[in-house]
Design a protein around this ligand. Structure first.
Ligand code: HGA
Length: 612
């Protein structure tokens, strides 16, 4: 979602802010802006569209300054116009904001009654006016911010500067992520450390409710008005590797990175064909006690969770529920003793998942229930990792394309490792079975590499989708979630309406949609459901639907009139969903490229969904 970058330095930081915004652009990209404090003035530039537009404006106007804040916006309140782009200014205060001020209308009414004039439709502008107003009673920017924060309801990360405070950057974290980048004689803030990696690898991760005051040479963090010590963490320099390389899009690069990402992810847990003794060792007692699993996630991560449900129940006989976080958090779910709550999120900051986790922890504590919480995510320093009992990292490297690919397949690999570990502790799976699955897991990167060889064939087929308005994806068992994921991918980046269905549900409704103009994508691994799936394919063909089948090379499914087949190398049925993710990713990618959409930054979407 929106990206914040800010800094206080000796040197001109306009380039640093722009570079930082570019690195955050994948999180929101409908408009961008910056404000620099220079000789008692706020110099502001804002532009609709990509950061490149802002960059040109900054180059043309030559605005400079050694204190400033910048923002890429993903609008929640008010259209993506220049007036609504951040920073917002009131008097001599400039503010950037990530999140939503839920009570902004009440605050706005009060401020208007006091004579403040609003120039935007955003919720953010109230913060600028409130701070400006609070400065009537105190000369301290920090103190004014402290007075305003309790009035704000909702989620927010803020960056605040003022012309009378040329060596002071105030920042607040409440419900939206924010890190401080620690430099030498200069300090920075950002909503994602990725933005600051070119200038520092030392970070302070703010906690909920923290307010910090940065100057060139000092960082003070306060919670409830008390100065508090937050540790500085040094990051491994390799995490900064986030360029497109030779690839046309991040998404394509990330699809091709999957074999390596999976290898990295499983290597941390395995020793030959066995689980390493130290893998999740601190969780052994907790895992021994659990009697069921509740997975909470959103979007693609939710689909990974759906697959894990099959694995938990089939392989280790452990009941597992999966739910979308935005539903789970608001429906007052019964929190059950001895449950493992697993949050899955690429960023570890997904607002709904994080809120669901916190709510679950609160409810469990209120009833003195014994639950265990766990995160599967791709960012070691994320809020979820910090706030759960245990975590398992996907070592996929930064994922920049908005459509998740390598994060998804590494989540699946991580979930399988978790299933095996819990099964081993509970002795519901034998060492031999573990060794067999692990051997297949090691083999998966190679099968994905072979599957990627089909890229040209998939490109050829994707030409048949370009003019389509709708598409169905069908699968059974663990490939039902892959059908959902395939449909989600196609929707997200090509804007073709797509639905994923359990193939057995076809005759309960979606079959009515099938006609000559309806492409139907089928996921046909070699598993127990193959014959049933073949019958479903016949049902589609009988109604004139055109089939695009990703089929196991030994499935016996053959190409014929209006039935296109791409063969996927044979793979163990349990792990097949990891492999079958790849052709649906490639299909969506090529369709989107042929339709000329912005693949890495599709309209209306953004990465790292830090607003609910
Ligand atoms: N509510 C603010 C900020 C939006 C945001 O954080 N998006 O991720 C706005 O609409 O400008």
């Amino acid at each position: 979602m929106c990206g914040i970058v800010g800094g206080v330095a000796e040197r001109n930081i306009s380039n640093i802010l722009i570079e930082g915004l570019k690195r955050l652009e994948y999180r929101g990209y409908d408009s961008a802006g910056l404000a620099l404090i220079n000789q008692g003035q706020v110099l502001r530039e804002r532009r609709v569209g990509k950061v490149a537009n802002l960059e040109q404006a900054v180059l043309a106007s030559q605005v400079s300054g050694s204190l400033g804040i910048a923002h890429t916006r993903w609008a929640t309140h008010g259209k993506p116009t220049e007036e609504n782009a951040h920073p917002h200014i009131s008097g001599n205060v400039a503010v950037v904001h990530n999140g939503i001020i839920e009570n902004y209308q009440e605050l706005k009414d009060d401020l208007e009654a006091l004579g403040y004039v609003f120039t935007s439709q955003t919720d953010t502008e109230v913060v600028a006016h409130l701070i400006n107003d609070a400065l009537k009673t105190t000369p301290s920017l920090l103190e004014a911010t402290r007075q305003v924060v309790p009035q704000l309801k909702g989620a927010y990360a803020l960056g605040i500067v003022h012309t009378d405070h040329p060596d002071e950057l105030i920042t607040v974290r409440e419900g939206s992520p924010l890190v401080i980048g620690v430099g030498i004689g200069e300090n920075f803030i950002s909503s994602d450390q990725l933005a600051l990696l070119p200038i520092t690898n030392r970070f302070i991760y703010l906690e909920e409710g923290d307010i910090a005051r940065l100057t060139r040479n000092s960082i003070e963090v306060f919670i409830d008005g008390q100065l508090i010590d937050r540790p500085v963490k040094e990051l491994d320099a390799t995490v900064s590797n986030a360029s497109k390389g030779e690839y046309k899009h991040y998404m394509l690069k990330e699809i091709y990175e999957q074999p390596e990402a999976i290898k990295q992810t499983i290597s941390q847990a395995l020793n030959g064909n066995a689980l390493r003794e130290d893998f999740l060792a601190s969780a052994i007692q907790d895992f021994a006690n659990i009697q069921q699993v509740q997975i909470i996630a959103c979007g693609t991560s939710y689909h990974a969770g759906m697959i894990a449900k099959y694995w938990f129940e089939q392989l280790i006989d452990l009941p597992c529920q999966v739910e979308i976080a935005s539903e789970f958090r608001y429906r007052s779910p019964v929190i059950v003793n001895n449950t493992l709550y697993v949050c899955i999120s690429q960023s570890g900051e997904t607002a709904d998942t994080l809120a669901a986790l916190r709510d679950t922890q609160k409810r469990a504590a209120a009833k003195s229930l014994n639950i265990t919480t766990m995160t599967i995510c791709n960012v070691a320093t994320s809020s979820m990792v910090r706030e759960t009992n245990h975590s398992l990292l996907t070592l996929a490297g930064p994922e920049i394309g908005v459509a998740s690919t390598k994060a998804f397949t590494t989540q699946l690999a991580a979930l399988m490792l978790l299933v095996l570990k819990i099964g081993q502790i509970k002795q519901t799976i034998s060492d031999t079975q573990i060794a067999e699955i692990v051997a297949e897991l090691w083999h998966t990167p190679k099968v994905i590499l072979d599957t990627l060889q089909n890229d040209k064939e998939i490109l050829r087929l994707s030409e048949l989708f370009v003019e389509k308005q709708h598409c169905l994806f069908l699968g059974r068992g663990t490939h039902f979630p892959i059908a959902l994921e395939g449909a989600l991918k196609l929707k997200e980046i090509s804007y073709i309406h797509a639905e994923g269905y359990a193939a057995g549900e076809l005759k309960h409704g979606p079959l009515a949609l099938v006609d000559n103009d309806m492409p139907v994508v089928i996921l046909a691994p070699q598993d127990d459901m193959l014959d049933k799936l073949k019958s479903n394919m016949e049902e589609v063909q009988a109604r004139g639907g055109e089939l695009f089948v990703f089929a196991d090379e030994n499935s016996g499914i053959k190409a014929k009139d209006r039935q296109h087949v791409v063969y996927v190398p044979s793979v163990n049925a349990i792990l097949a969903p990891i492999v079958y993710s790849v052709p649906v990713q490639l299909l969506s990618y090529h369709v989107a490229v042929l339709r000329g959409t912005d693949v890495d930054q599709p309209r209306n979407l953004a990465k790292s969904v830090t607003v609910e």
